[in-house]
Ligand binder design. Structure first.
Ligand SMILES: O=C(CO)[C@H](O)[C@H](O)COP(=O)(O)O
Length: 166
């Protein structure tokens, strides 16, 4: 699905879901938007397509309760420097695992291809989990079940075709 901050055209590009980055300037240097904005988007747009919110924040635990109240599912995301096996103890408490293919923080980074084995590992170890790959993707074909791509879709002249290809 396309990264939502890219454009208000994402809903027309054939996305299965909308990805939203939360950054509070501490865990990563950048700042975007937070929980309240997510809730207001949800009120406006309803459940379909669903939101996939990636919290790049220092205390993600403080959002677990509000998320549960709103019926959201919890997932885990690992960045390139983290050993992918750290996800294992959590695997029966999460619904999706995301392996990022750039260091979290900024847009338009180059896709780090050698991090794709993380996605493969998650997918083969935990077959009941959804796996997501994200960040810096061109139209490289990746084998995750969910693919988050921002600039690759929205800076294309044909966002719908790129979305279909991914
Ligand atoms: O927060 C990010 C990386 O942590 C990026 O903003 C997000 O992943 C979108 O990147 P791109 O537009 O290059 O696909």
């Amino acid at each position: 699905g396309p990264f939502i901050l890219n454009s208000n055209l994402v809903l027309d590009s054939g996305a299965d879901y909308l990805h939203l980055d939360e950054k509070e300037g501490h865990f990563v240097l950048n700042i975007t938007l937070g929980h309240a904005v997510l809730e207001s988007f949800q009120k406006q747009l309803g459940q379909d397509p669903f939101f996939d919110m990636q919290r790049m924040v220092s205390r993600p635990d403080q959002w677990l309760k509000p998320m549960a109240v709103n019926g959201m599912k919890v997932s885990l995301s690992i960045k390139p420097g983290t050993i992918v096996a750290y996800v294992a103890p959590w695997s029966n408490r999460i619904s999706m695992a995301l392996a990022t293919t750039v260091e979290p923080g900024f847009r338009r980074q180059k896709f780090v291809k050698d991090k794709m084995p993380n996605v493969h590992w998650l997918k083969t170890q935990f077959q009941s989990l959804d796996t997501e790959a994200s960040d810096g993707l061109g139209t490289d074909i990746v084998r995750a079940k969910m693919i988050m791509a921002g600039s690759a879709i929205m800076s294309s002249e044909a966002p719908r075709s790129v979305t279909n290809l991914l």
